[in-house]
Design a protein around this ligand. Structure first.
Ligand SMILES: Nc1ncnc2c1ncn2[C@@H]1O[C@H](COP(=O)(O)OP(=O)(O)O)[C@@H](O)[C@H]1O
Ligand SMILES: [Mg+2]
Length: 274
C-alpha cells in the first residue's frame, strides 16, 4: 500500500485533516413502514472530511437512516440538504452520481465473480459507453475502459488485495469479502462513503485492518465517512462525532467523550444486550 509520508493522525482528533462545512443536513426526518416508526423526527448533520458514526441497539433505525441518506428510503417527513441544496425525491442511482457510495450490513457482492470484476461493478455508473456508443466511438470507449481499469487497479493496490484479484469472491474468507465490498464502493470515487457495520462478524485482526483502511481513506482521499458500528472501542477511537439512535429516536449527538458520558446513552446500552 502507498505509505503515508505524514505520521498517522491521532484517531478521533481532527489532526491534519480539516473538518469542513456541513455537506449533508438531515432535518426532522421521520420514516415509517406501515405501523412501524423506524425514525422519529431525527436531525443531525455531516461535515466534510469527518468520520461521523451512528450507533444504537439493534432495530434503532441505523440502517434505515443510511437508506434515507442514499435515497433508497423516502422519509414521510423532514428535509434533506446535500451540499446546501434541498433534495427532492431521489433514487439510489442519483446518490451515486452525486458521489455517495455505500456498503451493506450483509455483503452484497457477486460471489461467482472475481474480486477484480466485483470492484469493476463500482464503476458502472461512471460508464458512459454502451454497446451502441462502443460501435460508433471505438477509440473513446477504449480510453474510457483504460481509465476504469486504472482506477480499479489503484483501489486493489490501496486495499492490498493484488494477490486475490482473480479469485471468485465466494471463496474468500469473510473479512476479505468485506474488504472487497469496500473496494467496490471506493471504485466509484465517492466523496461521501456510507458504511453499514463494515466490521461486524470480523475477528480482531480483520477489524484492525478494516479500521486502518477506513482511516486511510479518510486521511488520504479526504472522503467523508458515515459509519454504523457496534464495536464501541472502534467507534470511540476513530469517530469525530457520534449520533446515537434508540427506538428510532435520537438520544445523543456529539464528540465521543461527550456521548460516552451521556446518561441517556448509558441507559440505552445498559438496558439492551448486544
Ligand atoms: N424495509 C422495511 N420494511 C419494514 N420495516 C422495516 C424495513 N426496514 C427497516 N424496518 C424496521 O425499522 C426498524 C429499524 O430497522 P433498522 O434501520 O434496520 O435498524 P438497525 O439498523 O439500527 O438495526 C426496525 O423495526 C425494522 O424492523
Ligand atoms: Mg442495521
Amino acid at each position: 500500500m502507498m505509505m503515508n509520508d505524514m505520521p498517522q493522525q491521532a484517531a478521533g482528533q481532527a489532526g491534519g485533516r480539516r473538518i469542513g462545512d456541513v455537506i449533508l443536513d438531515l432535518q426532522g426526518i421521520s420514516l415509517s413502514f406501515g405501523g412501524v416508526k423506524a425514525l422519529t423526527n431525527i436531525s443531525f448533520d455531516v461535515r466534510e472530511h469527518e468520520i461521523r458514526s451512528i450507533i444504537g441497539p439493534n432495530g434503532a433505525g441505523k440502517s434505515s437512516m443510511l437508506n434515507v441518506m442514499n435515497g433508497v428510503y423516502h422519509p414521510q417527513e423532514g428535509k434533506i440538504l446535500f451540499r446546501g441544496e434541498q433534495r427532492q425525491k431521489m433514487e439510489p442511482h442519483m446518490a451515486a452520481k452525486q458521489g455517495i457510495a455505500r456498503t451493506f450490513q450483509n455483503i452484497a457482492l457477486f460471489k461467482g465473480m472475481s474480486v477484480l470484476d466485483n470492484i469493476m461493478t463500482g464503476r458502472n455508473l461512471k460508464m458512459r459507453c454502451n454497446l451502441f456508443h462502443h460501435a460508433l466511438f471505438w477509440g473513446a470507449a477504449q480510453r474510457e475502459e483504460i481509465e476504469h481499469r486504472r482506477k480499479v487497479e489503484e483501489v486493489i493496490d490501496f486495499l492490498e488485495i493484488q494477490s486475490i484479484r482473480k479469485t471468485p469472491v465466494g471463496r474468500l474468507p469473510y473479512g476479505l469479502q468485506k474488504r472487497v465490498e469496500l473496494g467496490r464502493a471506493l471504485a466509484a470515487d465517492p466523496s461521501l462513503l456510507l458504511l453499514d457495520e463494515p466490521m461486524a462478524g470480523m475477528n480482531v485482526e480483520e477489524k484492525q485492518d478494516m479500521c486502518r483502511f477506513i482511516l486511510d481513506v479518510n486521511d488520504q482521499f479526504g472522503t467523508t465517512i458515515v459509519l454504523i458500528e457496534h464495536d464501541m472501542g472502534v467507534v470511540m477511537d476513530i469517530s469525530d462525532r457520534v449520533v446515537v439512535l434508540d427506538y428510532g429516536k435520537k438520544i445523543g449527538d456529539g464528540p465521543p467523550d461527550e456521548v460516552k458520558n451521556n446518561p441517556d446513552v448509558i441507559a440505552a446500552y445498559l438496558g439492551t444486550a448486544h
